[in-house]
Design a protein around this ligand. Structure first.
Ligand code: ZN
Ligand code: ZN
Length: 442
């Protein structure tokens, strides 16, 4: 992640006089930390339990029920089974803004190799086979700071007013759980939020908080194309309509959508990751299948790339006098977009509460992260004001150890990814509670 030298100079002074967030964020932070210290033994036990018992996308039944029970005990009105395995908790505290705080529930189909005493050995079913599952993206850390945040805000009701909507979404790793919850009436059966906050753990220094203004993560889309030809003997191409040639032409031509149509200053990727056709050399097959991934930040670029893929596929088939190809768009997810002003306000407030050395604000003019995240769906096309925080989990001694071995610190989805639980969870609680007080503080 990139560090911005602009932060101290610009953002701090620009928003220094903002009236929200409890006149004194530093004092609020002291109260949060005192509560956190008391809650830590219970939170640590929760974290270890979630870590050792990960579940896959849309199968998070145990995880959801553990969180639902905790949230009920804190005093939230809890609904389960929203968007299959999602959990929603509502806490009303007078009139004021509706604030959504989100965590993910799912783990990854992979083996954990951290060697931690509570490392996962959980086996779950995937495509009819048993597979090892691990929380190698850190969603167990997120669930724990989500519960810690709920506890803190419930115990500080004199400091804020409004309605909290705590959302635990399934299936983030396959970018479909957020949409599943929205399709199941998240914003109609419960309240439509004015604000939304979420945070993701990463391998930055432990205790650091980074906010990217503007486009933060990339939009991700998948496309499947089938070219229909006419099979024939390999020696008689004139009797065929060759789907291998159509596929090959498509792979090459579609790159001109990137190089000749898209603004070269804007991020966009079209990758054909799979091309399936034919069996042996002397048979011209009757169809070819191509699987694509498409990444972008800007919604206009996203549309331009998806339209360009359609046009290229149609044109390639027309040139071969072939039937219309099948072009199937598998719904992906849009970019997470941090509203620049709210992001700067949050960075300013966190710098006061946690100290400026822990906070980084990356301006909108710099690129975001190429990974994708379906938290973007909760922003409801910009109708919800939102900030997505990135939180560091690597202790200095861990960084030193990897440096001495000449290896990079393991990142999310590595089998060795092991952020420090105490610093990470505490920073997550501080960040999400302070962000809520910033927009709903008395
Ligand atoms: Zn992940
Ligand atoms: Zn993740």
């Amino acid at each position: 992640m990139r560090r911005s030298p602009l932060f101290a100079a610009a953002a701090l002074t620009l928003f220094a006089a903002h009236p929200a967030c409890a006149a004194d964020p530093n004092e609020a932070r002291a109260q949060i930390d005192a509560g956190f210290e008391r809650a830590w033994p219970e939170l640590e036990a929760l974290y270890r339990d979630l870590h050792a018992n990960p579940e896959l996308a849309f199968q998070e039944h145990r995880t959801a029920s553990v969180l639902a029970k905790k949230l009920k005990a804190i005093g939230f009105e809890v609904s389960e089974g929203v968007g299959k395995t999602g959990v929603v908790g509502v806490l009303r505290n007078g009139t004021g803004p509706v604030i959504l705080i989100r965590t993910e529930l799912d783990g990854l189909p992979m083996e954990e190799k951290t060697g931690l005493p509570y490392a996962s050995r959980a086996l779950r079913e995937k495509d009819g086979k048993e597979t090892l599952v691990a929380h190698s993206c850190g969603h167990d850390i997120h669930m724990t700071w989500w519960i810690g945040t709920a506890q803190a805000l419930a115990s500080m009701q004199d400091r804020w007013h409004g309605t909290l909507v705590f959302v635990a979404q399934p299936a983030e790793e396959i970018v479909s759980g957020a949409q599943a919850m929205l399709d199941d009436g998240l914003y109609t059966r419960f309240a439509h939020p004015d604000y939304a906050f979420a945070a993701h753990i990463g391998s930055d220094p432990a205790g650091s908080v980074t906010i990217k203004q503007g486009f933060t993560t990339s939009a991700s889309d998948a496309v499947r194309i089938v070219f229909h030809g006419q099979g024939a003997h390999g020696s008689m191409p004139d009797k065929s309509i060759d789907p291998v040639v159509m596929g090959a032409r498509f792979v090459t031509d579609v790159q001109t959508v990137i190089s000749r149509q898209k603004d070269p200053m804007k991020f966009g990727v079209v990758t054909v990751g799979a091309f399936h056709a034919g069996t042996v050399g002397n048979i011209i097959p009757d169809q070819s299948e191509l699987l694509l991934t498409v990444r972008s930040y800007d919604p206009d670029v996203r549309k331009q790339l998806l339209d360009g893929i359609d046009t290229t596929a149609q044109a390639v088939a027309a040139m071969a006098k072939a039937p219309t190809p099948d072009v199937e768009h598998q719904r992906g997810t849009g970019s997470v977009i941090n509203e620049p002003e709210l992001g700067a306000q949050a960075a300013d407030m966190l710098a006061k509460a946690l100290g400026p050395s822990r906070i980084t604000l990356i301006p909108a003019s710099e690129p975001g992260w190429t990974a994708s995240e379906d938290y973007s769906e909760f922003a409801d096309n910009g109708k919800v004001r939102s900030t997505y925080f990135s939180i560091g989990g690597t202790l200095p001694e861990t960084e030193q150890r990897y440096k001495a071995e000449g290896k990079p610190v393991p990142v999310n989805h590595s089998p060795y990814f092991a952020p420090d639980p105490l610093t990470s969870i505490k920073t997550g609680v501080e960040t999400l509670v302070l962000a809520t007080l910033m927009v709903a503080g008395n």
